[in-house]
Design a binder for this molecule. Sequence first.
Ligand SMILES: Cc1cc2nc3c(=O)[nH]c(=O)nc-3n(C[C@H](O)[C@H](O)[C@H](O)COP(=O)(O)OP(=O)(O)OC[C@H]3O[C@@H](n4cnc5c(N)ncnc54)[C@H](O)[C@@H]3O)c2cc1C
Length: 372
Amino acid sequence: MENSSDLIVVGSGILGLATAFLAHEQGRTVHVIDSSDRPVGSSIQNFGHACFTGQADIVQGVVRDSRAGWLRAAQAAGFWAAESGTHVPAMTELELQVLREFSEHREGEVTLLDGRGVAGAIGNPDLPAVGGAHLPRDMRVDPREVAPVLAAWLARQGVRFTWNTRVTDVGDGKVATTRGEFAAGQVVVCPGYGLAGLFPELAERHGVRVCTLVMALIDRPERVRRDLGMLTGTSLARYDGFAAMPSVPALRAELAEREPELVDCVANLMATGIPGGLLVGDSHAYSATPEPFLDEGIAELLLDRATALLGIDRPVVRQRWLGRYSDSPETNLVLERPDTRTTVAVVTSGIGMTLSFGIAELILNGGEIPGF
Ligand SMILES: Cc1cc2nc3c(=O)[nH]c(=O)nc-3n(C[C@H](O)[C@H](O)[C@H](O)COP(=O)(O)OP(=O)(O)OC[C@H]3O[C@@H](n4cnc5c(N)ncnc54)[C@H](O)[C@@H]3O)c2cc1C
């Protein structure tokens, strides 16, 4: 049947494409349907930072699968994927203490650095860091490149893509769209922050809302490496792996005292390098239906703090945007099977790039879902 395949994937973000990639590896016929004419969702709006090490202990199996999938996809499709790790400058003794605790907890996954070592590694030798760490397993990709390149490569391998086509209903192997009906043995729905438009009851049941994040692209000085991945103290208080360390409550109190404005906008201050510059962000605000406006005060705050760490006196801002991802206060992953042929998968936290290929394995091969 012309409109039939082994697998239909709804959504051409990284989660849909990772699922299509693995299904193609398994020899299945795959059809990807997206309402846009190219990937433009969360998957191109982010840092391109695969933060494997900072994830919770309980998801480290998914993390391992994801890292392996990223490497295979990069090799096959030819997109840039740097195994350059993450650098974390510690600006206070408490930040360093959390890194020490994490290093002991995750033996072999963390290299502790002295202040000069971490300052040199992020390209700002004058930074008065008290110490820091390198997390060598973490990876960097260019979020503006990955999804379009992977989609184009999959299309060349025979995966069918139907763009500009909104899916309006899914059930029992049938997919109703604005361009007619399609059928498949299995349907995987990865609509990102579009979940409520397709499965409103599911979104409500998991308290799914949209998180908006203030982001900027600035010029990168030569001395800052293109594959930079830099987390900061706010990241140590945020990612589940670090946040489980005993000194994190004290670090949170210190941050509230030292950086109240960053805490107020729920910042995860970080920066990554891409060929086009440095990605700098971010803040977090939550709403079922966010307004489109970007707060210039928050944008300036994030820019000021990130460029201070990197020693950039006069940042040249090339772009600003309000990124969006799907969020839930209850879970980091919505993975539901409304009927035997349908799977709905949405990462409801800012870790979907990191976990994408590992979650795609869970989607296609079943298996135990760890406590997200
Ligand atoms: C600013 C920012 C920073 C981030 N930083 C990081 C980070 O450092 N590390 C990390 O791991 N993650 C990060 N994330 C999170 C990560 O980007 C997301 O978790 C991930 O990209 C989600 O991928 P997705 O494929 O589920 O969604 P998306 O990329 O949004 O793709 C969903 C697709 O589904 C399509 N779609 C939706 N509804 C329909 C429909 N009814 N019919 C047809 N098509 C439909 C959309 O058009 C879209 O193309 C960040 C996100 C943002 C916004």
